[in-house]
Ligand binder design. Structure first.
Ligand code: MG
Length: 255
């Protein structure tokens, strides 16, 4: 660099430094103009999987009083064991986040769909399959973590028989128009043992063994049902949080 060049570079440097000091490069903050309500404060569970403060606890290991036919299942040592019949929540729910823990029988018996089979019926008719899929081949859209006969899980993350596993489900109930036809399909996202296995899956209708999926008109709020498939699957720590969309107001929008 020549003497003249270095003098010029120093001068440019001084101008830049002055500009930074004067904050002339500060960015203009973008504001959407939408007036948002303040997000409510929710105290999370102490450990992952524990119910947050505003959760509706459906089974805390003591009794199944919140379930129709809950008295038909055995409850002991903080868990419930599938027996005799399906059980159904007495209350109905619309869109929600659902946490369920389950363990397929430690004593392995049967094969395919006949091993550690149960299920979680969202809105009483859309089955998230529960199955012992640890070293137990079956049709892929009937594997543990499938939406039964509609969508196999993206991965098989089953733990060994007898080990506790988690499902975290986000469910949007389908909506039906005045004509009784589906206006907005049901949506399911599922984490199995913390791994996403269904991502915003659009339900094709009710999940059936003997016929294709199809929608039947039903109210927006429905109970949750746990399946008896003849296998002593265990359940514990079941809770949900209803989804409340946060809605902002645009200042220029008419009331
Ligand atoms: Mg099942």
């Amino acid at each position: 660099m020549s003497g003249t060049q270095s003098v010029r570079a120093a001068a440019v440097g001084a101008v830049v430094a002055a500009a930074v000091a004067a904050n002339v490069f500060a960015l203009q903050e973008y504001k959407s103009g939408i007036v948002w309500p303040e997000p409510k404060v929710v105290v999370p569970g102490e450990k992952p999987g524990d119910p947050p403060a505003d959760a509706i606890v459906l089974f805390d290991g003591k009794d199944l009083a919140q379930w129709t036919n809950g008295d038909k299942w055995e409850v002991k040592d903080g868990y419930a064991v599938v027996q005799k019949t399906d059980i159904t929540t007495k209350e109905s729910f619309g869109d929600y986040q659902l946490h369920v823990e389950f363990a397929t029988p430690e004593k392995v018996r049967g094969a395919g769909q006949g091993r550690g089979n149960s299920g979680i019926f969202l809105a009483n008719r859309y089955e998230v399959q529960v199955l012992d899929s640890f070293d137990n081949p079956t049709y892929f859209d009937g594997t543990c973590g499938s939406l039964y006969k509609q969508s196999p899980p993206m991965a098989n993350v089953c733990r060994k028989p007898g080990e506790w596993q988690t499902y975290d489900i986000v469910f949007e109930c389908p909506r039906f128009g005045p004509d009784g036809k589906v206006a907005k399909p049901g949506i399911v996202t599922l984490f199995h043992n913390g791994v996403v296995v269904q991502n915003h899956f659009e339900l094709q209708g009710g999940t059936y063994f003997d016929r294709p999926a199809s929608y039947e008109n039903h109210p927006d709020r429905q109970p949750i049902r746990l399946q008896n498939h003849g296998d002593p699957v265990k359940y514990r720590n079941i809770w949900l949080r209803e989804l409340t969309p946060i809605v902002g107001k645009k200042p220029d929008a008419k009331e």
